[in-house]
Design a protein around this ligand. Sequence first.
Ligand code: B1M
Length: 218
Amino acid sequence: MTQAHPLYAAMTQAIVDGDQEIAADLTRQALEQSVHPMDAINHGLLPGMDRVGESFSCGEAFLPELVMAGEAMKAAIDVLDPVLNRLGSARQVAGKVVLGTVQGDIHDIGKTLVGSMLTANGFEVHDLGVDVAAEAFIEKAVAVGADIIGLSALLTTTMINQRDLITRLEKQGLRQRFKVMVGGAPVTRSWADEIGADGFSEDAIGAVAIARQLCGVA
Ligand code: B1M
């Protein structure tokens, strides 16, 4: 079994505390100590987000804590992004992905992470940001000749917009032209099947594997 890196616990705590400076600084130190960016994310940073999410669910933390944890996470990912991008630029384009968080939803950390991982693995990613209307996804996908439209949703109330996009593609005769990949904390395989999505993943690493499959990349 691999030993936990001594920095992980402090990284988790920096996210829980919502401390952008410390989160970024510890992440820099982790890279200097040859920790792989994905290990820093999965073992150092994400456990902090989960803890804050759990505290929020049971009323021990409130919206400001969620916001601060989110900002600390983003500061840490900003440190990791150039490294992830470097890993990706050495490879051939595996496929084009138009990515975003669906309309009504402003959660962007998981979506951005999925984008970084796809980029790191050679995909050309067009990230439209958050609160993206279905038509904006479709217009961009047509414009860049995308292989995949990737839809992130973090709220049970916004998941429905993943289905809406697929319905629009069908109505516009574009369903066969693009593969649709869905994800986000409340999204499950059975939801993906129910709405007729082509791919689903519960995390960023899995999203890369699914995108490769959808693009027929070995
Ligand atoms: Co919000 N929020 N939030 N929030 N927030 C959740 C999602 C919630 C579960 C918290 C809780 O109650 N426990 C809850 C949703 C409940 C539900 O719908 N059932 C919730 C709520 C209720 C809300 C508000 C409504 C709160 C309010 O205003 N009263 C509000 C909604 C605003 C809106 O969008 N309209 C809100 C706001 C916010 C903040 C702005 C404060 C902040 C977001 C900051 C930001 O993104 N810049 C925030 C945060 C931080 C969270 C939690 C704590 C963390 C989310 C996160 O970033 N996780 C979250 C609780 C939780 O999830 N533990 C919560 C880390 C991230 C890396 O994981 O996004 O799941 P995740 O992404 C993963 C996978 O899901 C997957 O890969 C990623 C990497 O592994 N994935 C994909 C994601 N997208 C994918 C796409 C793919 C494939 C895989 O293919 C295309």
